[in-house]
Design a protein around this ligand. Structure first.
Ligand code: HEM
Length: 231
């Protein structure tokens, strides 16, 4: 069994499969993360957002999902690198030809560059928010009608998004996410072989609108909102 699993992971098809699985899992994470972060738009001094981040960092089930999420992020990055190296070695010339064909979209030809921009974004993002939440000395706050003293993540977010360069990095990165997911979502579906003549095109189209337009636009609106508040 172990050798079969190792074989799947090491084969090119297995690697593609794991890329698709991890990528689609990360897509579902993005929906939840975006929906939770919408609390930033509430004009309540950050109460809803701070209560949401408290829940996300203390609920045992969410904690387990968070570790699966970290594992999938690392796996997705690792396999994207090994797949690129494998493809270059396996067919250096035909790979270039295939990629320049008319059928390949700009996104599909630039998945590596788009992924690298997202990786840089993620490192900065995790350092500013996730690392501060886990290991930093965060400001705290207590709201009326709530006995708990909460970590004031809202003020950390507001502070970060008061800087123009930081907001610019987020907005540019959301374009990279939009193009990455424009190709990635449908490609993941194809790799997993989920194919129904009627429903698959509908799911792909809805997925593309959601992941390439709605989600990146709402994420980009968050830093822009704080920047406008500060004018
Ligand atoms: C622009 C809007 C965004 C805001 C305001 C935001 C805010 C935050 C905050 C406050 C945290 C730490 C607390 C928590 O876990 O809830 C966090 C964690 C995280 N964010 Fe974001 N985020 C944004 C966009 C994104 C995007 C676009 C991605 C992915 C491409 C992302 C990926 C992550 C990951 C992977 C974590 C760690 C989650 C965990 O520990 O379970 N975030 N974010």
């Amino acid at each position: 069994m172990a050798t079969v699993t190792a074989g799947i992971i090491q084969s090119s098809i297995g690697r593609k499969y794991l890329m698709a699985l991890s990528g689609l899992f990360l897509c579902t994470f993005l929906i939840v993360h975006m929906l939770g972060n919408l609390a930033l738009f509430k004009d309540d001094g950050g109460q809803a957002f701070n209560e949401y981040t408290y829940f996300m960092t203390h609920n045992p089930l969410i904690k387990i999902i968070a570790y699966v999420n970290y594992a999938f992020i690392l796996l997705h990055i690792f396999y994207s690198l090994t797949l690129t190296i494998y493809n270059r070695k396996a067919r250096p010339e035909s790979y270039a030809l295939v990629n320049q064909s008319k059928s390949a979209t700009w996104s599909s030809r630039n998945m590596g560059i788009l992924g690298s921009v997202i990786l840089i974004f993620l490192i900065v993002h995790m350092r500013t928010f996730w690392f501060e939440m886990k290991f930093g000395t965060m400001p705290t706050i207590q709201y009326d009608g709530n006995d708990m003293v909460l970590k004031d993540m809202y003020s950390v977010v507001a502070e970060a998004f008061s800087q123009v360069w930081y907001v610019a990095l987020y907005v540019v990165s959301m374009f990279a996410i939009a193009f990455h997911l424009y190709h990635g979502f449908q490609s993941g579906f194809q790799t997993l072989g989920i194919n129904h003549h009627k429903y698959t095109p509908i799911i792909k189209n809805i997925g593309m609108i959601l992941f390439a337009v709605i989600i990146p636009a709402l994420f980009a609106a968050m830093p822009l909102y704080f920047l406008i508040l500060n004018l």
